[in-house]
Design a protein around this ligand. Structure first.
Ligand SMILES: Nc1ncnc2c1ncn2[C@@H]1O[C@H](COP(=O)(O)OP(=O)(O)O)[C@@H](O)[C@H]1O
Ligand SMILES: [Mg+2]
Length: 315
């Protein structure tokens, strides 16, 4: 088998004359957590569905766990876990019964199942609530149970499609701790999200936008190499003129890629070698902000995303 768990080449999916996934290529190694970041409609789910062999690609190829997604999809599915955006839990069944049901679906025999269920319940911290009915669980618990259902057959590779959307921040943190534990134990995790802060925690992050994978690298490398330019925090003085006035002044300056409000300051992205703290200070002075302070800051993934995707992005 190749050194890669997933190897994707020029994968493309068209629906009629609309291209949902456009020549996407990447590889993943065992134990990696790859975050796929992108707004709704950018092609994340379609990519997963092709990798699972559920949807036939229009062009391109992929090898998943050594199997060709076009010809050997039947061999891939039993080896992977998939938590879809609309995962199905049976509300009338308890947590344990749901897990048992999925254990059956994945072909775990009756003798092995109790042991395996204990393991999953324990790993996900669900043991105490195993007899609660799924219909009575809050969002965070449902999400964890759904993860358990996707894990019950010990997959080597896990696809999680926006697993934390609609879940409160503390449940999201718990969920990410579980993902890291899985990866530490050798599971490879492909996870989509539209939360920038979650992507920061992945080993590598792919940025999907309008069907294309614009970049894929570690968060650190994305910030140093994929951001074409620099990030700044500009604090206008409080000499009467408003933040919005400062923002307007910056918008029109050549070399400013983006200027936006960030609480009581402005966050500014400039083109490569276009500006220094001094030149931005002169801009602010010219707009009447004589006491403005300018600080070069570490870019965030959001800065990278916006710089790559252009101006009109709402994630
Ligand atoms: N079966 C389908 N038929 C037609 N268009 C589809 C189909 N599935 C997805 N699409 C379109 O492809 C685009 C990408 O969808 P999707 O992969 O679900 O994006 P994401 O998961 O990033 O939100 C969307 O514009 C969606 O409407
Ligand atoms: Mg989706």
């Amino acid at each position: 088998m190749s050194e890669y768990v997933i190897e994707v080449k020029e994968l493309t999916k068209r629906f009629g004359d609309f291209t949902a996934v456009n020549r996407v290529s990447f590889t993943m190694r065992a134990g990696e957590v790859l975050g796929y970041l992108g707004p709704n409609g950018s092609g994340k789910t379609t990519t997963i569905r092709m990798l699972l062999g559920i949807l036939e690609p229009s062009e391109g190829d992929a090898i998943v766990l050594g199997y060709d997604i076009r010809k050997q999809a039947e061999s891939i599915r039993p080896l992977v876990g998939y938590m879809s955006q609309k995962f199905a839990l049976y509300d009338e069944l308890t947590m344990r019964e749901n897990l048992d049901f999925y254990g059956g679906v994945y072909g775990i025999n009756r003798r092995e199942r109790p042991g395996r269920l204990r393991e999953v319940l324990d790993m996900l911290g669900l043991t105490e609530r195993q007899n609660d009915r799924a219909g009575e669980l809050s969002g965070g618990w449902r999400q964890r149970l759904a993860l358990g259902c996707a894990l019950v057959h010990r997959p080597k590779l896990l696809f999680l499609d926006e697993p934390t959307s609609g879940v409160d921040p503390s449940a999201r943190r718990t969920f990410w701790d579980l993902i890291y534990n899985l990866a530490t134990n050798g599971t490879t995790v492909f996870v989509t999200t539209h939360y920038m802060d979650e992507a920061e925690h992945c080993n590598r992050v792919g940025i999907m936008f309008r069907s294309k994978l614009l970049a894929l690298d570690t968060p650190g490398c994305l910030k140093t190499t994929a951001l074409p330019g620099a990030a700044w925090e500009v604090s206008p003085d409080h000499g009467g003129a408003s933040l919005v006035t400062a923002l307007t002044a910056l918008h029109d300056v050549p070399g400013v890629v983006r200027a936006g409000l960030a609480s009581d300051r402005l966050r500014v992205i400039t083109a490569p070698n276009a500006h220094t703290a001094e030149s931005l200070k002169r801009v602010m002075n010219g707009a009447g902000f004589t006491e403005a302070t300018i600080e070069r800051v570490e870019p965030t993934l959001e800065d990278v995303f916006i710089a790559l995707a252009g101006h009109d992005v709402v994630v």
